[in-house]
Ligand binder design. Structure first.
Ligand SMILES: *Cc1c(COP(=O)(O)O)cnc(C)c1O
Length: 389
């Protein structure tokens, strides 16, 4: 059994991918070829966002809006502690201080009431209001931005998060690397009313290419223009008239071509993902001690990962039991961000973010992809039932 079976998808659309790649080899415009603009238009139509700026990775998609906003030294950027590293890495790379805001223990997403407390704590330099990093206790940082993550494919409560953000003039950057294709109250991810959204086309994401890729979405015309400049070394009207610092952040034409072929079947794959998730829910119900994923009201998950919670201390034995039966599993994420060595300088204690800590101890990701047959779901469920008996 594969954890994610990309070969099954490729077998289905191989001829369309071959044709798309052949078209690029024929026209030879490997950098910013016509497929890039075609993809950006298709992704705008798909999400409902006004602008799409494709880029080299999901990481660059997070970095570029932060650069455009001039985020840096002295700024506080609020991020969840239970996420992939890039969410906190990019603001830190620009010299800003990541301020961790703990998660809901059921959805694993940032809690709006804790965001409000964390902002208050930064403004008052008071860690009794909410745990703060050393840098925010010793000097007054400026709250500038928040990066809510749609972890495993579903949204945090955006209306509430945006209300807190508005009250404090925070820029909101949706980290939709795992949620592309999902919806929140009927609205696609990357069009949730945030100032910008970032997604990733890493092969294992819901919409993946055959290498690295990403995209930024925004409804803001000025921000879109800035992002297009930052994507190509801060170009002005001419590419050798550089007007700001930027990146080599373009998406390859070949990856755009592959994504165009994959986008054709993506809506069907999202339906299949939902069906696999429902199949898991049926087969996992009633397993002692196991908590299946909880999807919040109003959310339709893109199911980047299918993660269950296990009873405290049981995970190593459960993983071994499944492995012995040829069932691969993974842990997202074994360490919350505030416990990583790279962030030790922030001076957080592990217990400062209790929900993230708890989730990191007990979470387990099961094999999941749109082509997973019901018999494999049965096999995984049976193995879990035995392991937890
Ligand atoms: C994958 C991921 C990223 C980074 O995307 P890359 O394309 O790998 O750079 C950022 N945030 C989250 C939550 C992710 O899952």
């Amino acid at each position: 059994m594969q954890f994610i079976d990309l070969a099954a998808q490729q077998a289905r659309i191989r001829s369309r991918i071959d044709a798309r790649i052949a078209a690029v080899l024929d026209h030879g415009k490997y950098i910013m070829g016509p497929e890039v603009a075609e993809l950006e238009a298709a992704l705008c139509a798909f999400t409902g966002a006004r602008h799409c700026i494709t880029c080299a990775s999901g990481t660059d998609a997070l970095l570029m809006p932060l650069m455009a906003w001039g985020i840096g030294e002295g700024d506080a950027v609020f991020v969840p502690p239970f996420t992939f590293f890039a969410t906190a890495e990019e603001p830190a790379l620009l010299g800003a201080t990541p301020i961790f805001v703990d998660i809901d223990p059921q959805t694993f997403n940032m809690r709006p009431n804790l965001l409000a407390r964390a902002v208050e704590a930064v403004l008052r330099q008071d860690a009794d209001i909410y745990p703060l990093p050393e840098a925010a206790r010793t000097r007054k940082l400026t709250p500038r931005a928040v990066i809510p993550v749609d972890l495993f494919g579903q949204a945090p409560p955006y209306a509430e998060l945006l209300e807190v953000a508005r009250a404090h003039d925070l820029l909101v950057l949706e980290d939709a690397a795992q949620s592309f294709g999902g919806t929140h109250h009927g609205q696609r991810h990357c069009a949730q009313g945030c100032h910008a959204a970032a997604t990733s086309f890493f092969p294992a994401k819901p919409l993946g290419c055959y290498g690295d890729g990403g995209a930024v979405f925004t409804d803001d015309d000025d921000l879109a223009a800035l992002l297009r400049s930052i994507r190509v070394h801060g170009k002005g009207s001419d590419k050798y008239d550089n007007v700001r610092l930027g990146l080599n952040g373009r998406l390859d034409t070949l990856q755009a071509a592959i994504l165009l072929a994959k986008l054709e079947i993506f809506p069907e794959e999202l339906t299949a993902r939902q069906q696999v998730a429902e199949c898991y829910a049926r087969h996992l119900s009633g397993i002692k001690g196991l908590t299946p994923p909880h999807v919040a009201d109003g959310n339709r998950s893109a199911w980047a990962q299918y993660c269950v919670l296990l009873p405290e201390g049981s995970r190593p034995a459960v993983m071994d039991h499944l492995k012995a039966q040829g069932i691969p599993t993974n842990i997202y994420y074994p360490k919350p961000q505030h416990c990583l060595a790279v962030f030790s300088r922030l001076g957080y204690a592990a217990e400062d973010m209790p929900a993230a800590l708890q989730a990191s101890r007990n979470i387990l990701a099961l094999p999941f992809h749109p082509y997973l047959p019901e018999e494999d779901v049965c096999k995984v469920a049976a193995a879990l039932r035995e392991a937890l008996a």
